[in-house]
Design a protein around this ligand. Structure first.
Ligand code: NAD
Length: 473
């Protein structure tokens, strides 16, 4: 069922009426979302302000990424940093001077702050000095991004770096009602060259429903060169998407195909109609298999072998059988664990040998797997199991250049969530920083990014796609 508040929010006249009447209705802002394949310059003409702590180490990567993505960057921070990294005529020193250069009416599309040089508590003041004047000028669906390190040498540096997470999560909650997001990226030593694509994704409108969380970029996974392709990154790649007949799986199959992949669309035999139709429309292959069947992994492997190999696997198929533990039948428990977790492990075991170097595995978890939920003990157990699965698998696959990650959606508008009672559904939508549910396409964008060569720095992790849901954060 469609989100009535979001529909009202889309209508400027209706918004005015709600404001004029002083009604206490928090109308969510429609999120800006890009459609179609990735473009070379996703930030074309976007006005980005970049700040940096003293001793910041990643400003060159930020500068290069923003320039390549087409953004107009205004540099702030100490005058020397601004001067060192900005093109002539673009260094503005203090944030107020960058704002003055922008003029009164121009909004800031994003603020990036390089905090990698932060080594003590006093240094944290730079966060205040940068964001205090800039956040009120952030555009709708704007972006806040803080770049830090996973730890620090000594307790003071460690405290300063840890503080960044509380800061970012709070700012995300403050700016969410304007459709804007805030995230933290912690870059391990040696992984600096892998930051660019992550930055590019998080600053773009592809990450519309990703907010209030830390990312870690590391150098564990072997990677072919530091210049991954941004346009048609999945050209000549073979992907398998389970549960592709509808919802998140269908959106993901479409996006992977748009970026060049040949997609095997897998769903149950009973879903022949939508699965075959989708496969035809994206020039992929339909595969009708019940993942619970004993021979399912072997049948998938046969199809992949016939296609010559495998690059991307998206373990998306999932079911719910919600009942409190005392009322749940053993059949319900078994079904949920078998499809959501058992089938993922079995299918992976069969497909792992077929994965080519640079392969990508993405498994669907849920914020219920992080936070737990009433009536979802089996579902949450299966989805928490996924988190352990990817964390446990990453190290072994890193040597072959293969990453494995989990994506944990929050409230996404699909058949699965349309079936839940209206009060719970409303709570699911509103108890998020962005004040609305996500779309299957929002999750598909994150999966597509994780499936791309540019995501080599992310492995063994869980990415929430939850709009800053209050639970599971
Ligand atoms: P959906 O019900 O719309 O689609 C799931 C698909 O999986 C269906 O097409 C179904 O036929 C297929 N499937 C189920 N069991 C199968 C089996 N045994 N063999 C083959 N195919 C099977 O669900 P969705 O909302 O698109 O969710 C996709 C994934 O995302 C699931 O793993 C779900 O748990 C997870 N998730 C969804 C949400 C949400 O809000 N929609 C939130 C968190 C996590």
């Amino acid at each position: 069922m469609s989100d009535v508040l979001l529909q009202i929010g889309k209508n400027a006249q209706a918004r005015k009426v709600v404001h004029a009447l002083g009604l206490p209705i928090p109308l969510p802002v429609p999120l800006r979302r890009a459609r179609g394949p990735w473009r070379e310059r996703p930030l074309a003409d976007a006005c980005m302000v970049v700040g940096a702590s003293s001793g910041a180490e990643l400003s060159p990567v930020i500068a290069e990424t923003l320039a390549a993505a087409g953004a107009n960057a205004y540099w702030t921070g100490s005058d020397s940093i601004a001067a060192a990294f900005a093109a002539p005529g673009e260094a503005y020193g203090r944030p107020a001077r960058a704002l003055a250069a922008l003029g009164d009416n121009e909004r800031v599309a994003g603020v990036v702050f390089d905090a990698t040089g932060l080594r003590d508590v006093a240094g944290l003041r730079a966060l205040y000095e940068t964001f205090h004047p800039l956040v009120p000028r952030l555009a709708k669906s704007g972006r806040v991004l803080v770049i830090g390190r996973p730890g620090g040498k000594g307790p003071a540096a460690s405290a300063a770096q840890a503080a960044l997470e509380g800061f970012v999560r709070s700012v995300a909650k403050e700016i969410g009602r304007g459709g804007a997001t805030a995230n933290l990226v912690r870059v391990e030593k040696g992984a600096e060259a892998r930051l660019g694509p992550v930055l590019r994704f998080l600053l773009s409108s592809r990450s519309a429903f990703v907010t209030a969380q830390p990312f870690v970029v590391d150098a564990r996974t072997k990677s072919e060169g530091d210049k991954p392709p941004f346009v048609r990154p999945l050209e000549k790649k073979v992907a398998v998407v389970t549960g592709a007949a509808r919802g998140i799986g269908a959106a993901t199959a479409r996006r992977l195909a748009e970026e060049g992949a040949h997609v095997v669309c897998l769903d149950r035999p009973g879903d022949d109609g939508p699965t075959s139709q989708l496969a035809r429309s994206i020039h992929g292959t339909a595969l009708l298999v019940d993942l619970g069947a004993d021979d399912a992994p072997a049948r998938i492997a046969d199809v992949v072998r016939a296609l010559g190999g495998l690059d991307v696997v998206v373990h998306n198929a999932g079911i719910t059988r919600d009942k409190t533990i005392g009322r749940m039948s053993d059949k319900q428990w078994d079904e949920v664990l078998a499809v959501n977790l058992g089938a993922v492990v079995r299918t992976h075991e069969a497909l792992e040998p077929l994965l080519r170097e640079g392969g990508r595995v993405v498994c669907l978890s849920s914020i219920a797997g992080i936070a737990g939920n009433v009536g979802q003990s089996a579902y949450a157990a299966s989805k928490a199991g996924i988190l352990g699965f990817v964390a446990g698998l990453a190290e072994a696959l890193a040597e072959r250049g293969i990453t494995v990650n989990a994506v944990a959606p929050g409230f996404i508008e699909t058949r699965l969530t349309a079936a839940i009672p209206v009060a719970v559904r409303e709570a699911g939508r509103r108890l998020a920083a962005l004040g609305q549910g996500g779309l299957p396409e929002d999750v598909a964008e994150v999966i597509t990014f994780l499936a791309s060569p540019g995501a080599a720095g992310i492995t063994g992790r869980t990415v929430r796609v939850c709009g800053g849901a209050l639970i599971g954060a």
